[in-house]
Design a protein around this ligand. Sequence first.
Ligand SMILES: [Zn+2]
Length: 171
Amino acid sequence: MKFDSSNISTNKNAINKIRKIWQKSEKKILKEIGNLTGLAIKTNSITCHIDDSTTNGLYGKNSITLGVKGGISADDVRMVIAHELFHIFYWKKLKKMCLTKSSPGKESKQEWNLAEVAAFLLTNEPSLKKCWPNAQVCLYPKTKSTCKKVKQFWKQGDIGYFLAQSYKILK
Ligand SMILES: [Zn+2]
């Protein structure tokens, strides 16, 4: 994965520090995401923009943004990057399965909720949480009812099953 900065005020040291944190654990994290979902996440063509004007994480087609405003812990670096990377490959899987005509940013509210629930269920799995023991893995309050409905479909190693079943009840 490439790292760069979205704004001039983020200095090279900060970028290098974050790059090192991620690179040290990337292999382990991606392998574990693979075990838990069946997704093969490759980061060669992905760029991580580091942005110190926001605290949010974002994702695009081949890029993610890591907001570092006010400072960010190593655990949060790992957790947020994993979360955003997962979103990219989650959407690739949805498209491959022909479950949606939407695209990220133009998805329905329910689809957005489901994507966040999936990212939550993943990043809260004990085997992955070991990589960010002190990070707070939160579920957006507005997605709680979706979580209740689809949690039953979450099973290790098979995100396809989760998506197929969840989309059935979303519609
Ligand atoms: Zn998200």
